[in-house]
Design a protein around this ligand. Structure first.
Ligand code: HEC
Ligand code: HEC
Length: 359
């Protein structure tokens, strides 16, 4: 390669680095570093499926029984769960793929059975720089030790499942749902347990099911006179939560590069991108601020723009709401949702063309 070209490429790389602030490499296996990473492609689908039938307890936390000392301790997995067709977890999905990638680039692929269940024994790489936390909230305490210059003296214990970190994609056909944050496995060295259903199960779970699908949100929409309340809100609610919500929406702290979350160099990101799609006008929410010990210490105001700020009634299909979520080249931390023929897309576009009213 000639020198000039090298300088041009380096220049481009540097400007991309400043524009995006964070570029992924293995030392930065973080939500920010991996935000736009596409799903791995080159692996054999379902290669890590666990043995057995596994038709029972869909949607329940598999780790309640499948753990050391539990009723099913004969079967311990690194990951298990249930996959659905929709976020509310009313219909299970058979033959969907759960793709995980760990910090070392190992790809794990599982397919859901006719109960929607999947499970695996495949190992997940340990992150030597794991920060112990209570579900990503304060207080944050490193599980590794360093000298004063930041050289690693002792890595976080690789036998402790809490140090196993991964990012996940869900795939059915051409549709891919991406997990925004980097997850850490639950449990402890002697209490190995993990199930996606701890956080993503059936309808009773607050954070919504693990889902991927192409069904339209409502069975049908009128061709005109669309209503924000009746048609649009349900689409946004079931596809765009839990990311585009009011209030706090920082990804959790898992690794050294995430620390401290208030530092501009932190790879923690706001997984709503400052956009609240649960409200028409946007939102202003007062939330408790926590101190280093995790105790409430005053409050902060979190302001977000709303639905009306991301639509363009004079050029409906140019609306950033649609451009970001259509199958196209535009990058979106939340992934792609529809084609121009999808019923949800057509309904959103029609509502925008009719003036995007709060009706
Ligand atoms: C209420 C307790 C409980 C829950 C929850 C549970 N299991 Fe099980 N599971 C068991 C028991 C008990 C066995 C049999 C253990 C034995 O033979 O020692 C078992 C065995 C299994 C087996 C091996 C036997 C077979 O069916 O081939 C699989 C696979 C399995 N479970 C999958 C799952 C998955 C996936 C989940 C979560 C969606 C789950 N289980 C949730 C109790 C549970
Ligand atoms: C898994 C999390 C996630 C989901 C689900 C998600 N998004 Fe996003 N979205 C993001 C993140 C992160 C950003 C900020 C980074 C970016 O622009 O890609 C973002 C940015 C956006 C933006 C740009 C905001 C701006 O002001 O520039 C729009 C518009 C948007 N999303 C629309 C949607 C819509 C519509 C849905 C549902 C159909 C949706 N998103 C679902 C994570 C998500």
């Amino acid at each position: 390669m000639n020198k000039k070209m090298y300088i041009v490429i380096l220049g481009l790389a540097l400007s991309a680095a400043t524009a995006m602030a964070i570029i992924y490499d293995e030392s930065d296996f973080s939500a920010g570093g991996r935000m736009y990473e596409p799903a791995p492609e080159e692996h054999q689908v379902g290669k890590d499926n666990g043995d057995g039938q596994g038709f029972h307890h869909p949607g329940e936390d598999c780790g309640l029984c499948h753990k050391v000392g539990g009723r099913a301790e004969k079967y311990l997995w690194t990951m298990a769960g249930t996959l659905y067709k929709n976020r509310s977890g009313t219909t299970i999905l058979k033959g969907g793929e759960v793709i995980m990638e760990d910090r070392d680039g190992n790809v794990i692929s599982m397919t859901s059975n006719r109960a929607g269940n999947f499970w695996t024994e495949a190992p997940i790489a340990s992150d030597p720089y794991t920060v112990s936390n209570y579900h990503g909230h304060e207080p944050f305490s490193p599980m590794y030790t360093e000298d004063e210059d930041g050289n690693l003296l002792e890595p976080a214990d690789p036998d402790n499942p809490k140090t196993w970190h991964y990012k996940t994609w869900l795939r059915k056909g051409k549709i891919v749902r991406t997990m925004m944050t980097i997850g850490g496995i639950g449990g402890s060295p002697v209490y190995n347990r993990m199930s996606c259903n701890m956080h993503h199960g059936g309808i009773t779970h607050r954070s919504g099911a693990l889902w991927v699908g192409r069904n339209s949100t409502l069975p049908s929409y009128p061709a005109e006179n669309l209503s924000y309340r009746k048609h649009i809100y349900p689409i946004l609610r079931s596809n765009c939560a839990p990311c585009h919500i009011p209030g706090k929406s920082k990804t959790s702290v898992n690794t050294k590069t995430d620390l401290p979350p208030s530092d501009p160099a932190s790879t923690c990101i706001d997984y709503s991108g400052g956009l609240d799609l649960m409200t028409y006008q946007g939102s202003t929410v007062e939330v408790a601020k926590l101190n280093a010990e995790g105790k409430p210490d005053g409050t902060e105001i979190i302001k977000k723009i709303g639905v009306v700020q991301v639509v363009d009634t004079s050029a409906p299909s140019e609306s950033i709401l649609l451009v970001k979520t259509l199958n196209n080249d535009e990058q979106h931390g939340g992934g792609k949702f529809w084609s121009k023929r999808s019923a949800d897309y057509i309904a959103l576009k029609q509502w925008i063309a009719e003036g995007a009213e709060n009706n």
